[in-house]
Structures are given as structure tokens and as C-alpha cells.
Design a protein around this ligand. Structure first.
Ligand code: WTA
Length: 639
């Protein structure tokens, strides 16, 4: 595998970074040469952030699954593409070589075609972390269908709204999933979702947990027998570089989830480049990212990035605590993992367990250990560095978003420094700026501001499915001429970046982005509820937790706990258990401005035990409510 885009050393980073800034087209065009294109692009880049419109490698023709698989078959056919580690450690590990993957993907591609799926159709994938998941994705990419993967922890209603938003023609699911001791009946959830969907013609079902499911004739099919009938040969559809590759939904601070649309050519180049550099993957290395493929991290760094580099990627079905809290470390020892990539919330939850779970295993194979998804606190960073990396593996704190597609800020082992809690420096091709509230660039170091990006990078989402206006408003309107990330950041005296967290109404709980407005809307559906406001509070394991202030229609409340339970059940069924509230405070009124807006800033202070610094309250309509809420907080929640 060509490694001609790999950065080795500090000087090289600085030189390449500068080149990428002055000549982005030569920089990215040069990297793109490493891949197979059936027709070369006409132009590397066209862009205008005011429209906004961004095109990379326009006119170029390629197929992503060909670049992930076929391109490697001669040299790496026998090499493992995936190593599947099942939930139950007694079940055998499955080794899937590049040539085996090729056969499976081709069969699956032929199956999709036989069921009437064509280029441009949307296919929803609702699967657990089993090999069929990447195979289904790659098969979609192979025929040019757009995959929309929905994390298999979302509820029927959340699934239905995503299916409907992009008019999916097919759903690929399994009878169920294993998660530690538990199993979840996914097909039943799909059945419930489809009661409210009209566009789905076919449901393909993988048998995983052998539960009893209902199969609707002419709609639902078991996958295995159909795959057996399919040919192992398939000629990949040639796509335009700007044809959509996938849609992935992410929560916004308001409204329905946003279907971020990623396109083919730029995403490929960016995913390959960042995987190679951030993890410093060597040809014989074993790489493991413990995320779920249902999130962007899994798309880019379990499937596409590793395969584009001919890497071996571990696919882990289970949870970190099953059969005990040593499972991750045991797996690293067993498979000799060299690069490991996980989330701060997972690190914190394992750090609270006995160190014996870690020390029982030999982790000396590790060279790079990564973290992603939320700010990592110093204790977690140090614990990871000392006990997992043993001070020898390099910690890479990587920053990116569903919208950015790939990692944009991260240390590069042996080239740029790793500093606790800092994502440090932009990768080549990424032009970061910090802006003040008026949109002025904040120059110099030792400063704080809103993190924005000045120029396009190849893997940026091109639009929100079906709603380009919303794309423009969300990312390009607050600061015209810039992409606004929604995050705050600081740049220290040496110019290194630290991401401090969201500056909008998105709260990241255990690494999952949750918009407050959609959850509030669900709470407000309860017959006893008048209004609600959710704020984030610091939490030792989850990073942030949800604190809901809920005002009631009735003054009398017979059973507070029952109402709390009902509210959380409602949230679990409409969104998913991940969005349940950790704390609820009922009230008769919420603090509001004279113009009737809920004063979330004040609620955030109260819920975080910072009510001695409420700030400006001159616009407050109903001061007694605030005093009352502070008192309630002090009696019920203050430790
Ligand atoms: C946050 C996840 C601090 C950030 C890949 C971003 C981080 C949001 C980091 C995107 C990090 C991600 N340090 N914060 N290293 N990585 N974030 O779309 O607030 O699920 O905007 O993508 O996660 O979350 P998403």
C-alpha cells in the first residue's frame, strides 16, 4: 500500500501544513493521485461559502468500495480486512480477509440490485456491530446507493423519522443484537417504525440472536439464503466524485435531526489521509476503534479510513463491561492491537473500576491510543496515558464532527506534540480560526473564541438532505464566509487548540450529541407538562448529563417519582434511552425574559450549582421563580 501521504516528523508537518494552506489544490490533488479513478477530475476544488457550495474533484469518476477492496486484492488478498470479536468471548473470533470481504460485498451488491435498489436510492441500515454491517455499507457504495445508517440504539419513532426524511426504499436489519448480558429485538423495532413509513419496499434481515420475529410476506426476507444465490462477481458502478455516498443524521439544537450528506471523492481522500497520519498505521499493524459504526467515527475510522489504507480493523460487537471490565484490555492483548481508539466517557467508566482489570493484560503492543467525541478531562487523559499507554503509546485527542466527516484537529504521533486535554494542531489542509461574537478573527495566542473554519476540506458535508437552506443557516450564517462548528475553543500561548465544548443547545452525553429542543418537545407532549427546558450539567462519567426543568399544568402533584418515570419512558420510546434525563426538577414556572424567552443561562447556572454568579438578571420577568428553584436545588441536589 502506498504510504506516500504519510507525515514523518515535525519539520515535515510544518512544511506540509504550510503548503496545504498556500496551495490546497496541489496538496489534495497530490494525495488523490494515490487512488483508483476511472476518470480523472476536471478541477480539484470549487467553492463558495456564501452559497454555500463546495465541490471536490468534480468530474472525477470512481467507486469507493473498489478503492477500499479491489485495489488491494492483488497485494493484500489474504490479509485480514476485519477481525470480528463477538459479544460473547466464548464465541469464535471471525477473520475476514480482503478477498473474502470482496466476495461478500459483491454478493450483497448483487442482492441489492436484485431487490430493485439502484444508484441514488437510499437504503437505511439498522444493524448491530456484526460483519454484515460494513458489508452492507460497502455494497451500497458499490452500486451507488446512498446508505443511511441509524444507530441500533434509537427507538422505532427515531428510526421512522430518519427513514421518512430521506425516503429510504429498503431497511437492512437483524432479528436482534447482543449487548453484554442483554439482547435487543431490532426487527420488532423496525416493524413498529414501518407502521409509519410508506417508502420502504423491502426489509432484509440478518439472523443474529435467533429470536422469534414476524416476517411480512413480499416485504421481509432473511438475508442468508438470498445471498447464497448471488454471484461473487460484480462490476462496481462508477460514481461522480460529488455523488452522495451516505447520509448520517446528527442532532441539531432545534428541529428534527439533520441528515448530513457526504459525497464520494473528497470523503475518500480525506478519510484515507487522516487515518494514515493520526494513527501512523504501519502495514502489519492491528487497529481497533471501539465506536459504533452508527456514528461518524465508525464510518470513517472502522470502515472507510482503515480499508482505504489496506489496514486490519477490529470489529467489536460487545460492551466494555462484559463479561467484566477487563474486556477491552483482554481484547487488546489477544489481538495484539497497535492502535486503539475510544471515547472519553468509556475511559472514565473504566477508570473508576479496579486497576487490576487493566494490569492483568499485556498492553505493550499499543503504539497510538486515541480519544474522540467530547472534551477529555485531565484525570481521564492521565489515566489513559499512564495505565493504558503506559507512558509509551502516544495519546491522540482527535476533534471532528459528523459534519466534518473526518478528523480535522489532532496530534500526529512523532510529528506534533500530545498535550493533555488538547487536540493541539489542525491537520494539513485545515484552516482554523477563532472568532469573537462579532465575527472578527481573534489573532495571537492565549485567546478564546468560537471555532470556525476558513476554507473547505474534502470530507465536509455538502448539504443537509432535502434542506440546503438549513445547512446554510446552521453552519454559514452566524459568521458569513466561515464554517461555524458550534464549538468553543482556546488557543494557548504555544498556539495549541483545546476544544472547550458546545456553545449552542447541543449537549454531549456519553459521547452522544443530543439537541435539547427535540427532547423538550417530547416532554411537552405529556399531559401534565406545560413547558420544559433542558440544560447540561457536569457529570463524572458521562461528561455531561441532562437536567430538565419541567413546569406543570397542575399545581398538585401526587406522585413525583411516577411522573419522572413517565417522562423518561416517553423520551426512551420517542428518541431512545440515551436521551433520558438524569435529573428532573418540577416547577410551576420557568424563569423567562420579559419577551417570554426561557432564560436557559440562569437554569444552567442553577443546575451546575453556580447560582451565586447568575450574571445579569435585569431582563427577568419572574425573579421569585429563580429564588425558588435555587432553594429546591440546594435541598434536593446539592451534595
Ligand atoms: C465534540 C463526533 C472535544 C464537539 C466525532 C463536536 C469533541 C461534537 C472532540 C461532534 C474532542 C468531538 N474534544 N470535543 N476531541 N471530538 N467533540 O457529530 O463538541 O457526534 O462538535 O462527531 O463532539 O459530535 P459528533
Amino acid at each position: 500500500m502506498s504510504q506516500n501521504y504519510r507525515i514523518r516528523g515535525t519539520e515535515e508537518y510544518t512544511r506540509i501544513y504550510n503548503e496545504s494552506k498556500t496551495s490546497p489544490e496541489e496538496f489534495w490533488g497530490g494525495i488523490a493521485e494515490a487512488f483508483s479513478w476511472s476518470k480523472k477530475w476536471d478541477a480539484v476544488l470549487k467553492w463558495d461559502f456564501n452559497q454555500p457550495e463546495v465541490k471536490w474533484f468534480e468530474g472525477g469518476k470512481l467507486n469507493l468500495s473498489e478503492n477500499c477492496i479491489d485495489r488491494h486484492l492483488n497485494a493484500l488478498g489474504d490479509k485480514n480486512a476485519f477481525i470480528f470479536e463477538p459479544n460473547n468471548p466464548n464465541e469464535p473470533t471471525e477473520y475476514i480477509s480482503y478477498s473474502e470481504l470482496s466476495k461478500r460485498v459483491n454478493r450483497f451488491a448483487n442482492l441489492l440490485l436484485s431487490k430493485g435498489i439502484r444508484k441514488g436510492d437510499r437504503v437505511c441500515i439498522y444493524l448491530p456491530m456484526i460483519p454484515d454491517l460494513p458489508v452492507a455499507m460497502l455494497a451500497c457504495a458499490r452500486i451507488g446507493a446512498i446508505h443511511s445508517i441509524v444507530f441500533a440504539g434509537f427507538s422505532a419513532q427515531a428510526l421512522a423519522s430518519r427513514i421518512n426524511d430521506s425516503d429510504c426504499k429498503m431497511v437492512i436489519t437483524s432479528d436482534g443484537s447482543f449487548r453484554g448480558e442483554k439482547s435487543i429485538e431490532l426487527k420488532n423495532i423496525v416493524d413498529e417504525a414501518l407502521l409509519n413509513c410508506t417508502t420502504v419496499e423491502t426489509v432484509l434481515v440478518v439472523k443474529r440472536i435467533h429470536s422469534k420475529v414476524t416476517m411480512m410476506p413480499e416485504r421481509d426476507y432473511w438475508i442468508a439464503p438470498l445471498l447464497e444465490q448471488q454471484s461473487e462477481v460484480h462490476t462496481a458502478e462508477q460514481m461522480d466524485a460529488e455523488d452522495p455516498l451516505f447520509i448520517l443524521y446528527t442532532s441539531g439544537s432545534t428541529g428534527t435531526p439533520k441528515g448530513m450528506v457526504h459525497t464520494t471523492g473528497g470523503y475518500m481522500v480525506n478519510a484515507a489521509y487522516t487515518f494514515q497520519n493520526v494513527f501512523q498505521y504501519e502495514p502489519e499493524d492491528m487497529y481497533w476503534c471501539s465506536a459504533d459504526i452508527g456514528w461518524i467515527t465508525g464510518h470513517s475510522y472502522i470502515v472507510y479510513g482503515p480499508l482505504l489504507n489496506g489496514a486490519t480493523s477490529v470489529l467489536f460487537e460487545g460492551v466494555p463491561s462484559y463479561p467484566d471490565c477487563g474486556r477491552f484490555w483482554q481484547t487488546i492483548e489477544k489481538l495484539n492491537v497497535n492502535q486503539f481508539y475510544t471515547a472519553p466517557t468509556t475511559i472514565r467508566s473504566l477508570a473508576k473500576e479496579s486497576l487490576d482489570f487493566v494490569n492483568r493484560y499485556d498492553l505493550s503492543s499499543l503504539k497510538t491510543i486515541g480519544t474522540v467525541g467530547e472534551p477529555i478531562n485531565i484525570e481521564a487523559w492521565n489515566w489513559y496515558n499512564d495505565n493504558v499507554g503506559k507512558g509509551k503509546a502516544t495519546v491522540v485527542d482527535t476533534w471532528f464532527q459528523t459534519e466534518t466527516g473526518c478528523i480535522l484537529i489532532s496530534p500526529i504521533p512523532n510529528a506534533t506534540p500530545s498535550i493533555a486535554t488538547f487536540a493541539t494542531l489542525p491537520l494539513p489542509g485545515v484552516q482554523l480560526v477563532l472568532l469573537d461574537d462579532d465575527g472578527n478573527e481573534i489573532l495571537g495566542n492565549d485567546v478564546k473564541g468560537k471555532l470556525c473554519i476558513k476554507a473547505p476540506w474534502p470530507s465536509m458535508a455538502r448539504t443537509i438532505w432535502g434542506n440546503h437552506q438549513r445547512y446554510k443557516e446552521t453552519y454559514f450564517t452566524a459568521f458569513p464566509g466561515y464554517y461555524f462548528t458550534g464549538d468553543g475553543a482556546l488557543r494557548n500561548e504555544d498556539g495549541y487548540y483545546r476544544i472547550t465544548g458546545r456553545v449552542d443547545d447541543v449537549i454531549i452525553v456519553s459521547g452522544h450529541n443530543l439537541g435539547t429542543a427535540p427532547i423538550e418537545n417530547v416532554i411537552n407532549e405529556h399531559e401534565k407538562v406545560a413547558e420544559s427546558a433542558i440544560v447540561g450539567v457536569q457529570h463524572p462519567i458521562k461528561g455531561m448529563a441532562l437536567f430538565g426543568f419541567v413546569s406543570l399544568k397542575t399545581i398538585e402533584l401526587d406522585d413525583e417519582n411516577l411522573l419522572k418515570q413517565e417522562i423518561n419512558q416517553l423520551i426512551a420510546s420517542k428518541i431512545g434511552p440515551i436521551a433520558k434525563l438524569d435529573f428532573i426538577q418540577f416547577t410551576q414556572e420557568l424563569p423567562k425574559t420579559r419577551s417570554g424567552k426561557i432564560m436557559r443561562r440562569i437554569l444552567r447556572k442553577i443546575a451546575n450549582n453556580e447560582s451565586d454568579s447568575l450574571g445579569d438578571v435585569s431582563t427577568l420577568l419572574n425573579p421569585p421563580v429563580v429564588a425558588q428553584l435555587i432553594e429546591l436545588y440546594n435541598t434536593k441536589f446539592k451534595k
